[in-house]
Design a protein around this ligand. Structure first.
Ligand code: SAM
Length: 237
């Protein structure tokens, strides 16, 4: 496969997990992408195979050691053009724009953190790009890595049936997706909006855009403000 994810984790048994099912799973067995999982603990050097130690300066929890993680990253020997990511709640929030970039490239190396986090020096020394999947704290980076991989894999050529599904959905135009309906025509007294069964494609498109705009303005003022800024820039020339 051309696109590959290399995952460094203390819990390799968690993979492929949900990535082995449905769309991503079929694409994995079909060879449309490859998954390499590497156990960070294999780079431990002492008798107890320990990978963490107490935080310098005190405080709760344990910190993943820089030397062990650096050895694990080096042992993975990934090509220099592949992005090196660290899943981290401190990271830059993952966006669909970044997912599109990652899917278009050779595929990332992804480090999954555990415990209180990772020694800062390995983040710097191996130039890891910290990526967050949202403003909440998971117990480890594995589920975050799976979310990132899943978002990339569905965009790879041949994975989604209709390529159009990738270009119309939420975020592709800086907007949330319009509501979707399918049969039956009536459900518990609620009808499918008239316009969607009118057969008038222009009217359908206009209705969907209006719905997308209203939803985005109501639910995501942050996205909506960015959108208004860009529109203003474009019209100001
Ligand atoms: N003490 C850290 C902090 O406050 O930033 C939280 C560490 S968390 C318990 C353990 C690991 O889970 C992190 O190193 C990271 O790999 C992963 N993780 C937790 N939340 C995440 C998020 N929102 N996005 C990406 N990774 C996350």
């Amino acid at each position: 496969a051309a696109w590959r994810a290399t995952v460094l984790t203390l819990f390799p048994d968690m993979f492929p997990g949900p990535l082995g099912a449905s769309l991503a799973g079929r694409a994995l067995t079909g060879g449309l992408w490859a998954l390499e999982t590497r156990d960070i603990r294999a780079s431990a050097t002492d008798r107890h195979r320990s990978v963490d130690d107490t935080p310098a300066g005190g405080g709760p929890g344990m910190v993943l050691r820089a030397d062990i993680l650096a050895a694990a990253i080096d042992a993975a020997a990934v090509a220099p053009d592949r992005p090196r990511l660290l899943m981290s709640p401190r990271g830059r929030p993952l966006t669909q724009a970044r997912v599109l970039e990652l899917a278009a490239g050779p595929g990332p190396l992804i480090v999954c953190g555990r415990f209180e986090g990772i020694d800062q020096r390995v983040i710097e020394a191996r130039a890891l790009e910290e990526v967050s999947i949202g403003d909440y704290v998971l117990s480890g980076g594995e589920i975050a890595a799976m979310a990132l991989i899943d978002a990339c894999v569905r965009l790879l050529p041949g994975v989604m049936g209709k390529q159009a599904s990738g270009t119309e959905e939420s975020f592709s135009a800086g907007l949330l997706e319009y509501p979707q309906y399918t049969r039956p025509q009536e459900f518990e007294g609620r009808q499918i909006p008239e316009v969607l069964i009118s057969g008038d494609h222009a009217k359908v498109a206009a209705w969907r855009l209006a719905q997308s705009e209203a939803l985005t303005a109501a639910r995501r003022p942050d996205l909506w403000a960015g959108k208004a800024d860009r529109t203003k820039k474009a019209t100001d020339g």
